[in-house]
Ligand binder design. Sequence first.
Ligand SMILES: [Zn+2]
Length: 401
Amino acid sequence: MTIKIENVRQRIANGGSDLSADVVTNGQRETVTFSRYSTDMDMEACVASGEPFLVMLLMHAMKCGQDLEFDGPVDARLLHELRGTIQLVLRAKFPALRTIAIRAHSRPLIDAVDQSSHIATGFSGGIDSMQLLSRSLIRKDLPAELSVTMLMHHDVGSVVQREQAVVNRDHAQSWAERLGLAFAGASCDMGRYYEGFQFLESHTLRTVAACLSLAPLFRRYLFASGTDTAAAMRDISSRTIDSANLILLPLLSTATTDLRQFGGECTRIHKMLQVLDCESLLPGINLCARVNHDNAGKLNCGRCFKCFPLLLVAESLGKLNQLSPTFDLASFEKHKTRSYCNFFIHALGPRQSQINRQVAELLRHESKLQPSLANLLLKLIPGPASEQSYTTKTQQQLATA
Ligand SMILES: [Zn+2]
């Protein structure tokens, strides 16, 4: 059995440009569309290619044990890796997936288009993308090849509610304007091809598909990964796809779009400290995990498992009030006891345990907790002790590095 990708085409629509293809499975034809947009770039520069659809459909085809077929040209290196190593990596994570054949032909080099000068990153307002901006735009300690000139917003299934996706997109766009960066994005309703996979198990391929749909608006895309490299190496065979980004992203790159991870050398707590050190970025933080919260119009609820640890760190540094424009600090204070309980509960997950343990260690070092409470907290949270210490000196080094 074969899943066929046919009739790839693009057209100007809704102020942007739609890239569509027909996906034919068992005789059933469905149209899949990437809606692409930019406030300041010429969308007619985008090319209609099959790569976004091949990448988007790969896990689905492997799950169904059906080959993929596309009758147009595909980047030669990407096609080679999709047929081989990328499938091996996915099967290492998801043993139930099956190896499939991919029938397509390589794009001749003569088809290569002029490269853009832009270095792009996905911007959500979370700590990972904020840390990249803090280094690229405030501290300016990155080489030009890693300095961001363009923000992107991808709606590929990270939020269930349409309204939240719009809020996040508007937030990304307003911050691109505020920072003087180019802005573009893509959205695609691809959930039907990821049934059986959680978002954290599949988001790399979803985001890469969206990135490739925008080629060649940027020549490099930096993934501000939520998993640091040390954790990724320990976690390489887990179902969380982040831990394979160091391997997958170079394999998914094309002649015109270089994909690479950023920030793997930093733990979450170090990212928090770097972001909290950049006052001008603080109003841009948008990391809340709760939707429809009664937060008096603030972007962040102040008490969910994402908001609460950051506010604990900000409080320990005496910077809580600087977060008042975007965090519901009244809710943070009101629900502190319950939030501490959630802090423990979420510490049971492998990823969150690392973050919460780092936060607890910082609080202990900053003497913000009673020693007995700090010790109890660290006993309750599983996982190895952090290799780093969080003294004031460490923060000073971070601030001046
Ligand atoms: Zn929240």
